[in-house]
Design a protein around this ligand. Structure first.
Ligand SMILES: [Zn+2]
Ligand SMILES: [Zn+2]
Length: 735
């Protein structure tokens, strides 16, 4: 009898055995349909064997083979195994994570291609469609894809592959004038050299070094100040890789924020087949892109962290842009770090990998110091006249503060408005004010389900919890003492927007945060307006910090920077530094020089001194020294076991046992591992659940890796299912 060992998308440590009916030919990596109890599931065949321990009467058959998906190649199965072992995640869940959504529309790819012409989104469409699509998620996904496509153009092939209900939608959009026919993008014959701008000396050297290392695993840190043209290096290296008939994989932190990227690729790699992969693509499109990568038709795969799992038979180069960015780490479901998995994959496939950043993570810097990664640097800004901005500091009690905006900053904004230049005011808090306070008895509005304050959202007239989504009406009087004088405390983006509008009534002010961009396409529209010079002052959260070139932006104000300096999270200052250096890089990127004004009461903090000197490395060195003393990453390895339950007692008892078990295992044979006593989570209560955690730490990664599977299986074997828990290996922070 032939037995298929199938990894299923369930939280189980091992694969499940099924017998293979005669006539069903399969191979390792094939996708099969099976039953588990009453559920019909799709799993991946990880092995084919002749015997099983399952008794014959219990052994079930493989129901069918999923033919619309090719079998996963062996290197992807190995990659899944690595992720499963390293991150302590069930193999079946890891494999499920790797695959695009499938099965719902199996016929989509078999259908012959109808002759459809390319369609471009019109500007009317761009402004009218967002309202139309509020309740149509699938059409909305299509619209977003359109907004982010190069030239707002979907090709005839893209359109031919859409399911029929979306094609009907398109006919309606065409009738309304929201889309129009357009010429197909040029498809020059192969062998055309990459276009785009000329590379400077540093860029050329970097590309040559990457290309010279093409025959084996070679990790590079590409360290380039903001605006130094890292993207040109990536794309030139990709072009060289593709010219050798190999595939390039380019990972970026957030694809919806970087449509310029797709445009640059189209410009620099004309005629090459580029596919995009991220979770917000329509399922059919994502399947098609995945398959084009898997069968080798795609030359370049551009995607977010999940694209690291794309099968690519001719892989020749991996690039991770903004490698320090926290969004490469998946925080829920299967915990994995896309950048670290990318490095493993490059080693597995024996190809170069480029990690690019203006503010490299400490992990990557230490790897470079130790000689594991080779460093390439781009010290100059690519556009010749652009200079690094002046950095200035002002105190939180600076002069005539208007709703929390210092007088100096207001004066600087005024000058920009007069000159017709743009300003950006940045604060990492959305809403109107982070809290509501009774001036008489000291009551503050808190969330009943979380250990957190409720945020004032004045426009909507509500108090909202940013952790669980709970919302309630703004009270007219204090629920404790009846006092009607309730004060919004602190400042958020909405409050700043209002204050600026009052101070500069003629200025065109826009706010960009999660609330203002919730409507589909709103972000793209706002970005277009900024680029077109229709905005004078932008107020927003960190959404603004990533990858945008606004040539008329000459002033950046940063408020509330001190919040992160004394945070309980050991990575908070590193993140703040990355953010400040990025934001500073936004000012004065073209011909106009820029200025950055940071509100802080600690201007001599090493971070701010380094910022003034435009010397990220100086700050990184200070931070490295701190981490080394404190035995924190990258000088130690961590695993965080987090647990939650409705009752505090249950969490505490569970974590006490988890701690004891861990200490026993560490004491027996993993003495290099230290297991710390349980502590409440930073947010001790969220959405009605009490939360806590236990940290395991070791200076020896291998020792921690030996310890973790034993610890996890001991915890999993405990009776009692009242407590939800998860293990996060290499956590980015303490939740
Ligand atoms: Zn009161
Ligand atoms: Zn809440």
């Amino acid at each position: 009898m032939t037995i298929a060992r199938v990894a299923l998308p369930v939280a189980a440590d091992s694969a499940f055995d099924y017998w293979l009916p005669a006539g069903l030919a399969i191979e390792r990596g094939a996708l099969v349909r099976v039953r588990l109890g009453r559920r019909a599931l799709v799993g991946v065949v990880v092995d084919i064997v002749a015997t099983t321990n399952v008794s014959p009467e219990k052994l079930q058959p493989v129901t069918a083979v999923v033919r619309e998906m090719a079998a996963l190649p062996a290197d992807l199965l190995d990659l899944a195994r690595f992720v499963s072992d390293y991150y302590q995640e069930p193999l079946g869940l890891v494999l499920a994570q790797m695959l695009p959504p499938f099965g719902a529309e199996p016929a989509a790819l078999a259908r012959p291609r109808a002759a459809a012409s390319a369609q471009r989104l019109t500007s009317e469409g761009r402004s009218a469609l967002p309202q139309e699509l509020a309740r149509a998620p699938r059409a909305r996904a299509l619209f977003e894809q359109w907004c982010n496509a190069p030239g707002a153009l979907l090709t005839g092939d893209d359109i031919a592959l859409l399911p029929s209900h979306l094609k009907r939608v398109l006919r309606r959009w065409a009738d309304a004038g929201w889309i129009e026919e357009a010429a197909e993008p040029r498809q020059p014959s192969s062998g055309v050299p990459a276009g785009g701008r000329m590379l400077n000396d540093d860029q050329r050297k970097a590309v040559a070094a990457i290309e010279a290392a093409r025959d084996g695993f070679a990790p590079f840190l590409l360290d380039g100040v903001t605006g130094s043209g890292k993207t040109d290096v990536y794309l030139a290296a990709a072009a060289a890789c593709i010219a050798r008939r190999r595939q390039a994989l380019l990972l970026v932190p957030e694809i919806n924020l970087t449509p310029q990227f797709a445009q640059r690729i189209a410009d620099m790699l004309p005629g090459r087949c580029t596919v995009t992969l991220h979770s917000r693509l329509a399922a059919g499109v994502r399947r098609r892109c995945w398959r084009q990568a898997a069968d080798g038709a795609a030359d370049l795969v551009l995607g977010t962290r999940l694209a690291v799992f794309t099968p690519m038979p001719r892989l020749g180069l991996v690039v991770v842009d903004e490698e320090h960015d926290a969004s490469f780490k998946q925080q829920d479901g299967v915990h994995y770090h896309g950048r670290d998995v990318a490095v493993w994959r490059a080693r597995q496939r024996g190809v170069p990998i480029v990690l690019g950043s203006a503010t490299p993570s400490l992990e990557t810097l230490v790897n470079a110091e130790r000689g594991h990664y080779r460093e390439l640097s781009l010290p100059q800004r690519a556009v010749a006249p652009a200079r690094l901005p002046e950095i200035e500091f002002f105190g939180s009690r600076d002069g005539a503060a208007t709703d929390g905006i210092g007088g100096k900053l207001l004066a600087a904004i005024e000058t920009r408005i007069e000159r017709g230049e743009q300003s950006l005011v940045f604060i990492n808090r959305r809403g109107f004010a982070p809290s509501l306070l009774c001036s008489s008895c000291g009551w503050q509005a808190g969330c009943t389900r979380c250990s957190a304050r409720l945020v004032v959202h004045r426009d909507a007239g509500v108090l909202r919890c940013h952790h669980c989504g709970h919302a309630e009406r703004l009270p007219r009087a204090c629920p404790e003492c009846g006092n009607v004088d309730l004060q919004p405390l602190g400042r958020g983006t909405q409050r700043l927007e209002r204050a600026l509008a009052q101070r500069f009534p003629a200025a065109r002010i826009a706010r960009i945060d999660r609330d203002s961009t919730r409507r589909v396409g709103a972000f793209a529209t706002m970005r277009d307006r900024v680029e077109a010079g229709e905005i004078d002052v932008l107020v927003g959260t960190q959404m603004l910090a990533k990858g945008h070139d606004f040539p008329r932006l000459t002033l950046v104000g940063v408020l509330g920077a001190d919040n992160a300096l004394y945070s309980a999270d050991f990575r908070a200052t590193e993140r703040l530094a990355a953010l400040l250096f990025q934001v500073a890089g936004r000012a004065g990127r073209a011909a106009l020089s820029g200025e950055v004004m940071v509100e802080t009461d600690f201007p001599t903090h090493p971070l701010f001194r380094a910022l003034s000197a435009h010397d990220y490395r100086a700050f990184a060195r200070a931070l490295q020294a701190e981490r080394r003393v404190a035995c924190l990453p990258p000088y130690a390895y961590l695993a965080l076991l987090a647990a939650e339950a409705p009752k505090r007692d249950a969490v505490d008892a569970f974590l006490a046992a988890v701690h004891m078990t861990g200490r026993d295992i560490a004491g027996d044979e993993c003495s290099a591992v230290e297991v710390f006593p349980p502590v409440p989570a930073v947010l001790a209560r969220r959405a009605g659940m009490e939360r806590g955690q236990v940290l395991a730490q070791s200076a020896d990664r291998a020792a921690l890796q030996r310890f973790l599977p034993r610890w996890r299986s001991a915890i999993a074997a405990r009776p009692g299912r009242r407590v939800r828990w998860s293990l996060d290996v290499d956590p980015l922070g303490f939740a």
